[in-house]
Each structure stands twice: as structure tokens, then as C-alpha cells.
Design a protein around this ligand. Structure first.
Ligand SMILES: [Zn+2]
Length: 466
């Protein structure tokens, strides 16, 4: 079976090949850098990473653009509250985002582009849309007239024919019931940052930035456009309207949308105040690879229900895979070959590949890996795992890890502040004074587990991070 994806545009599973050559032209919506990314956001970016890796595994080259939204309503509001310039405010959260994605081993797209570096391109695009008759002005802002684009609604499969022409929405984010003419270019309110352009002074709306940057780097028609499911409407619907109005060509052939992460029965969302950041989870001592594993363990089109058991289970799963690899690498095996297990390994590899070809069914791909681990471990326990079976099993793990990338441990950061470490050392000193050596050893072990090494000297305990 061929590589295939569920296409939100057609609501069908379709075979995927790129339009030209062997290169996949792909655009994914990046972060709005107004705060730390939460693990629900990071689930979408991790899905994009799996998508990238699988496309490459299948022999394609990637030309992938991701934007950094560093100007929008919320950023402006937050930077004003913080008394910082837009640039100062967004630089810190951009850096944090790049750190978080590196921690989760997410590959960098070929082009990582900032909205504020493309304001003139956006103004030129809006100017062109105006020339073509798709816009109108009101109170100094420029709006896209959705009634002028007959395909409006084709991605979200909603019927917007009943909406009244000329009713506008200025906010970057709004609900489906509010399908209205949206702002391409916004007049400045007092205190708001702005840019002088061919269409005057103002600032861009959120939606235009993705259309403009996607087409600038990838041409009029993309192979894949992906993002979180919450972006389908209005953001992606508006992207299609703007882009196709500009080029007269289909904007994206495949639209892929990752589902939400659910926490306590609700969608994880900053606006609901219902969120956990990567930093929160790392501070609890969980490994980045366990978080990566968890975020990939549920196929991207299913909701991921995050519970108190999720991360401990992911830790155990990663540990099981690593132990298996270690056993393969360090075990002593007799000469010979177990042919049926060779076949079993081959079947697992086929099942793994077929699962990922099937719209990135990561759960099924993981099941293929764990069943092989179980069978091989049983064979080892029974003394039926000869030396010639080692290399094929390691080759399976190599392929597995080219996608899931959880086998190699991250150099362990303690997640403890210096003050927390000093406090634990002080507690240990007290324990030693009262000859409570059990507690003292426990603290030493606890610190070691979190990458902090203690050395007892005449001057007292010294510590360093591993
Ligand atoms: Zn976008």
C-alpha cells in the first residue's frame, strides 16, 4: 500500500506523492510567541516532526517552511502590559520555543521565518488583492470580502452562504459562528507598533502572514499544509481565500490537522488557563524522550487524553525499549540463527512501515515494535536467541528510532535549581550529624538520579552537575 494521508479538504484518505520531483513542499503554522508553548501545542509540532521523518524515510526531500508569529493582537497586548517593545517581548519566547523543540528532538524546518521580516511582502500582497477587487477599507483597516471568494468554507465544510456581506471582524481569532470579512491590514490604535508600507502605516492581520510566507518560499501550490485542528477555521480557511484569490491556483493539495491534547476533560489551552508547559513536566523529573514518546503514542488525528498515568507509562515504555537494545548489545549469544525469529523481525519491520504509511498510525507502529521486543526477550530467556539474530533486531531498532527517536538518553539535566540542591545537601548534613545514614544515602541517590554528583571533602560536601 502506498503512503496516504487523511486530507481535511476532501475528507478522504488519499495516496500521497509530491507534485514535482521528489521534493515535498510543506508549510506548517508555527508558534505565536506570546508565552511558553504548552504540551498541547507541542503535540502538533511533534506530529509535524514525525511527518517530516516519515516522508524522508520514504525517500522524499523536504522543503518545509514554518513561521514564527511575532506580531498579533495578543502579542501586542502582552508586550504593552510588560512595558517592552514587540521585539524584546517576542525574542525571549522565540528562544524558549526553539529550546523546547530542540529538547523534544524536533527537526528544524528548512526555512524558519518571522512575520515581522515579511511586512513589505504582506503589504504588497494586500495591495494586489485590492487591485483584484477582493478587499475594502473601513476606518483605515483593510478587510477581505469573503463573499468575493466563492470557495469560502471548503476546508471547514461549513455553509457560509447565509452570512451577511460586509459584516466584519477585526480580531485575529474568532469562532465559526462569526464567519465574517476579516482584517488583512489593521489601522493602529494608540500605542500600537506599526510599519510604513505601500498601503500606508499599520500592521498586518494574522492570517495574511502565512499565505504570503508560504507562497514566497514554496510557490503558489503546496504539497502539504499542516497545523493544529483549531486552526482549520478561521485561520486556514482565510489562508485559502487570500492565497487562491492572489494566485488563481489551488493553495495546498493536502491539509493535515493534528487533534487536541485533553487535560481533565478539556482541551489544553492557554486561554482556558488549562495547560502544562514542557518546563513544568521536566521540572517534575520526567525525561524529554518520555514526553516525546507520549506525544507520538496516539495517532495525530485522535485526541490525546493526558492523565497522571501518561508520563510514568511513557517512561516505562522507553525504558523497556532501551533495556532491550542494551541486552542485544551486551548479551552473550551462542553461534547460530533462529530462522523463525528472523522472519518475525522482518514481519515487525513490514508492519511498522505499513502502519506509518497508513496516515502515520504511530500507535500501530509502536505495537509492532513492542511485540517484537516481547518475542525476542522470551527467546533470549529461553536460550533460543542465537548470535545471528542480534544484527537484524538492532537494524529494526535503528529504523524505529529514525522516526521515534527515544533510544538515546538526553544528558540528564537535574531540573533542580542551585538553591534546591544546596537545601538537599544541608538536609543531608543534618541527617549525618544525627547518624541517620539511611536518609543521607537516600538524598545522595536522589541527587545522583537528577544528575548531581556529591563529593565529601574535609571542607564538607561539594557538588557538581554531571
Ligand atoms: Zn498559519
Amino acid at each position: 500500500m502506498a503512503l496516504r494521508f487523511y486530507n481535511t479538504l476532501t475528507q478522504r484518505i488519499e495516496d500521497f506523492t509530491p507534485l514535482e520531483d521528489n521534493v515535498v513542499r510543506m508549510y506548517t503554522c508555527g508558534p505565536t510567541v506570546w508565552n511558553f508553548a504548552h504540551i498541547g501545542n507541542l503535540r502538533t509540532f511533534t506530529f509535524v516532526d514525525i511527518l517530516r521523518r516519515w516522508l524522508r524515510y520514504r525517500g522524499y526531500r523536504l522543503d518545509h517552511v514554518m513561521n514564527i508569529t511575532d506580531v498579533d493582537d495578543r502579542i501586542i497586548q502582552k508586550s504593552v502590559e510588560a512595558g517592552q517593545s514587540l521585539q524584546e517581548y517576542t525574542a525571549a519566547y522565540t528562544e524558549a520555543f526553539l529550546q523546547d523543540t530542540a529538547t523534544l528532538r524536533l527537526e528544524r524546518p528548512e526555512h524558519l521565518v518571522r512575520a515581522t521580516d515579511h511586512i513589505d511582502d504582506m503589504a504588497a500582497a494586500i495591495h494586489k488583492l485590492t487591485e483584484k477587487g477582493f478587499t475594502y477599507e473601513s476606518d483605515g483597516s483593510i478587510y477581505f470580502r469573503i463573499a468575493s471568494f466563492p470557495g469560502y468554507g471548503k476546508l471547514s465544510h461549513a455553509d457560509f452562504s447565509g452570512i451577511r456581506a460586509g459584516v466584519r471582524v477585526e480580531a485575529d481569532r474568532y469562532e465559526k459562528d462569526d464567519a465574517r470579512d476579516f482584517a488583512l491590514w489593521k489601522a493602529l490604535k494608540p500605542g500600537e507598533p506599526g510599519w510604513d508600507t505601500v498601503i500606508g502605516r499599520g500592521r498586518p492581520g494574522w492570517h495574511i502572514e502565512c499565505s504570503v510566507m508560504a507562497m514566497k518560499y514554496l510557490g503558489a501550490t503546496l504539497d502539504i499544509h499542516a497545523g493544529g485542528v483549531d486552526l482549520t477555521f478561521p485561520h486556514h480557511e482565510n489562508e485559502i481565500a487570500q492565497s487562491e484569490a492572489l494566485s488563481g491556483q489551488p493553495f495546498a493539495r493536502f491539509w493535515l490537522h493534528a487533534e487536541h491534547l485533553i487535560l481533565s476533560g478539556e482541551v489544553m489551552s492557554k486561554s482556558l488557563g488549562n495547560f502544562i508547559t514542557l518546563r513544568d513536566v521536566l521540572a517534575q523529573g520526567y525525561r524529554p524522550e518520555a514526553i516525546r514518546y507520549l506525544l507520538t503514542s496516539v495517532p495525530y488525528r485522535k485526541k490525546l487524553n493526558f492523565t497522571s498515568d501518561s508520563l510514568p507509562s511513557a517512561e516505562t515504555a522507553v525504558e523497556r525499549l532501551r533495556n532491550f537494545k542494551l541486552r542485544l548489545e551486551t548479551g552473550k549469544y551462542a553461534q547460530g540463527v533462529n530462522q523463525s525469529l528472523i522472519e518475525r523481525t522482518q514481519q515487525a519491520a513490514t508492519r511498522f512501515e505499513e502502519a506509518l504509511d497508513d496516515d502515520l498510525n504511530t500507535a500501530e507502529a509502536l505495537a509492532a515494535a513492542f511485540e517484537l521486543v516481547r518475542d525476542a526477550n522470551s527467546a533470549m530467556d529461553a536460550g533460543e536467541f542465537p548470535a545471528s539474530n542480534v544484527a537484524p533486531a538492532l537494524e529494526f531498532l535503528r529504523r524505529f528510532d529514525a522516526i521515534f527517536d527515544v533510544l538515546l538518553p538526553t544528558r540528564r539535566e537535574s531540573g533542580l535549581t542551585d538553591a534546591q540542591i544546596e537545601a538537599l545537601i544541608e538536609e543531608r548534613n543534618q541527617a549525618r550529624k544525627t547518624r541517620n545514614f539511611a536518609r543521607s544515602d537516600e538524598i545522595r541517590k536522589q541527587l545522583l538520579e537528577r544528575g548531581v554528583v556529591l563529593e565529601d571533602t574535609k571542607e564538607g560536601a561539594r557538588w557538581k552537575r554531571k
